[in-house]
Each structure stands twice: as structure tokens, then as C-alpha cells.
Design a protein. Structure first.
Length: 76
């Protein structure tokens, strides 16, 4: 949870929701990654589809998120 708070500003810029940025981050890390997010409602399905419209995060944003995640207390 602490990591999300730290990475949150990087993840929620550019008009993407936090979920969309998380999916976009995975695609930026490796285009071969195929995330399988849980979907319970039509709204969640629409949000996930919205991530496809945005595509992968720009390399500089993905690098910033990777750096924040690598330095998180949860990874120590």
C-alpha cells in the first residue's frame, strides 16, 4: 500500500486511471506480458479496455515507477 502511495502520482498522470496505468506499466516493462485483470462489473471491463487505448507507459514514466518499486520497503 505504501508503494502505491509513492508511485501513485506517476501512475495517475496523463488521463489514465490507476488501473489503466498499472496495466500500461506492465506492457512497458515487457510487451510480451499479457495481464489478466479481474473483472466483475461492466465498468471495470470498460476501464481495462481504456488501458488499451493508451498503450504502454512512456519509457521515462515506466523507469520512474520501476525505480520507486525497487526502493519500496516491501521489497527489502
Amino acid at each position: 500500500m505504501r508503494t502505491t502511495r509513492c508511485a501513485g502520482p506517476s501512475l495517475t498522470t496523463g488521463g489514465r486511471s490507476l488501473v489503466q496505468k498499472a496495466l500500461s506499466y506492465l506492457w512497458a516493462v515487457d510487451p510480451a506480458i499479457i495481464p489478466l485483470p479481474g473483472i466483475r462489473t461492466p465498468a471495470q471491463a470498460e476501464e481495462n479496455i481504456g488501458a488499451l487505448r493508451h498503450g504502454p507507459l512512456p519509457p521515462e514514466v515506466a523507469a520512474e515507477v520501476t525505480s520507486l518499486l525497487a526502493d519500496s520497503p516491501e521489497r527489502r
